[in-house]
Every structure is written in structure tokens, then in C-alpha cells.
Design a protein around this ligand. Structure first.
Ligand code: SAM
Length: 284
């Protein structure tokens, strides 16, 4: 059963970490002219209106993007904020933060004409919104299919390079295992791909430690190098207190960029003295 709607969470601190890192990786891909394929296994709706009933109910964006917008001169954050400004300006909002982009919007806006994208989304409502919010066509395909198995059909890609983002809701306990399987399958099909897995850090009895166990299992798969980045705004928050990204074949610039910028980002997003971050790079 699909009950998760990303609109409740759009623009929160976890989205800030995820989307700023995704944009940094896209910029890295653009350093070479050769085409790449962007694959989003769990896309969501693509664009969120922060004043709508869902986003407004939780107001999670106040823990994230609202603390940074409209300006920040952090090297990690500036290119990401620029994209949020582009979306708001396109909607006629030059100054105010009214709209927040999802991963497919951030990443397909940045595609060059030689690049391609495959976006997967299973929820009927969010799939319809995604179709509406994206410029679908030859370059960009939206699939109403299971992203975990859909990945197999689009890998290896037609292009020589690919960036694959795996960002499930983790509402069902078996999704943690499915992520590990997806990485195993993905690496078998395209060992040189850059894969980014997002995961929550949870203070919740029913799911305590499940993300950490998943990361341990991911580290044991047939991958040769990965970067694991985590950022938490307060260890005292009940529920999701932080988040992480496990990145397979990370761009070499990322580790230094994160170590340099995350302390400054925490100054803005941290809620108390228990806020923190970690960046671990492993080459086997
Ligand atoms: N990646 C999006 C972003 O950063 O803007 C957010 C994605 S949200 C965390 C997860 C999405 O996955 C939800 O929209 C949900 O409907 C969808 N979903 C859940 N299970 C799925 C599956 N097996 N395949 C594809 N989409 C799925």
C-alpha cells in the first residue's frame, strides 16, 4: 500500500542535504561533454507548493530550505539554491519561497541536450503530478513502475555514464533489503555508475538501527568505493533526526567539499549542541 506523500516533507533538512549533494554531483557530470543518464527510482511529484495542505500541515520546510533561502554563499549550497530560485521565478515568485523542487526537477532542469533521464513513480497521484511537472519526451521518460525492478530495464544505459538515485519512503521494513538488492543488481549491470542511496536516521523504536544495518550491508556488496555522508540537526528529535546518503563511485571532489561545507551548513540547520555530521570515504 502506498501511503507516503513527499509533499509532507518537501524542503526539510533531509531534502537540503540530499538535493544539494545531487546538484553537486550533476555539476561534476557536466565537467565532461559526454552524455549521461539520470535515473530516479523513487521520484515523487517533482514540484511542491509549500502553501498547499500537505506541506503546510507539517511545515517541515521550516527546518530546511526556509533557513537558507534566498541567499547563502556556501559552495555546496549556492548551486542548489540557484535551482530553487529558478523554479520560484518560473512560477512568478521572484523573491518569496513558495515552491520547492523534488529530485527529478532539480536533476532534469540541469540536463544538457545530449543527456537522458528515466523517472519512476508508483503512487497514482504523484505519478500524474510528475507527468504534469516534467517536460517528458524523447530525452525524459516517466514510468509508472516499481523503481526497484525498473532499474534493471534501464541499466546498462545507452550513454557511457549514469547517475542513479534510490530514495524510497522506507515505510515498509522490506524496503531496506530491496535497496541492497537494487545496488547489487545495479552494480552487476553497470559497475561504473554513480549510485546515491538516501536513508533516514531515526529515533523510532520500530525502525531503530535499520538504516545503519542497511549501510553495513551496502558496504559489503561488490562495490569498490563509496562515500557515506550523514547530517543530523539534533539527536534529541523524536522520529527522523537526520539523514544520510550512501554514494557508490562518488566524484572525487565530494569528500573535501562536504568536509569543508557541512560545518557551516550545520550552523544554520543545527537545533542544539547534539547536531553533527560525518563523512566517510572507503576504497576497498
Ligand atoms: N526522490 C524524491 C525527491 O527527492 O524529491 C522524493 C521521493 S519520496 C521519498 C519516495 C517516493 O517513492 C514516493 O513518491 C512514493 O510514492 C514512491 N514509491 C514508493 N514505492 C515505490 C516503488 N516501489 N517504485 C517507485 N516509486 C515508489
Amino acid at each position: 500500500m502506498l501511503s507516503y506523500r513527499h509533499a509532507f516533507h518537501a524542503g526539510n533538512h533531509a531534502d537540503v542535504l540530499k538535493h544539494s549533494v545531487l546538484v553537486a554531483i550533476a555539476k561534476y557530470f557536466h565537467k565532461k561533454q559526454s552524455a549521461y543518464t539520470y535515473i530516479d527510482t523513487h521520484s515523487g511529484a517533482g514540484v511542491y507548493k509549500l502553501s498547499d495542505d500537505l506541506a503546510n500541515k507539517t511545515q517541515e520546510y521550516k527546518t530546511g530550505i526556509a533557513r537558507l533561502y534566498p541567499n547563502s554563499d556556501l559552495a555546496l549550497i549556492s548551486p542548489y539554491l540557484e535551482q530553487v530560485r529558478v523554479l520560484n521565478a518560473a512560477q512568478g515568485e521572484e523573491k518569496n519561497l513558495q515552491f520547492y523542487p523534488g529530485s527529478p526537477w532539480f536533476m532534469t532542469e540541469l540536463l544538457r541536450e545530449q543527456d537522458q533521464a528515466h523517472l519512476f513513480e508508483l503512487h497514482p497521484q504523484d505519478h500524474a503530478l510528475l507527468e504534469q511537472n516534467m517536460n517528458t519526451g524523447k530525452q525524459l521518460k516517466v514510468h509508472m513502475e516499481d523503481g526497484f525492478s525498473g532499474i534493471k530495464a534501464v541499466l546498462p544505459p545507452q550513454t557511457k555514464r549514469a547517475f542513479i538515485v534510490i530514495d524510497p519512503p522506507y515505510e515498509q521494513a522490506n524496503e531496506y533489503k530491496k535497496v541492497v538488492n537494487a545496488i547489487e543488481q545495479g552494480i552487476k549491470r553497470f559497475a561504473v555508475g554513480v549510485f546515491a542511496v538516501w536513508y533516514p536516521l531515526l529515533n523510532r523504536n520500530d525502525k531503530q538501527g535499520m538504516s545503519e544495518t542497511m549501510v553495513d550491508e551496502l558496504a559489503k556488496t561488490d562495490i569498490t568505493k563509496y562515500l557515506d555522508v550523514r547530517l543530523w540537526t539534533s539527536k534529541q528529535t523524536q522520529g527522523m533526526y537526520g539523514s544520510g546518503l550512501f554514494i557508490v563511485n562518488p566524484p572525487y571532489i565530494l569528500q573535501d567539499l562536504l568536509n569543508q561545507e557541512l560545518p557551516k551548513l550545520l550552523e544554520v540547520l543545527g537545533l542544539d549542541e547534539t547536531a553533527g555530521f560525518s563523512v566517510d570515504y572507503v576504497e576497498k
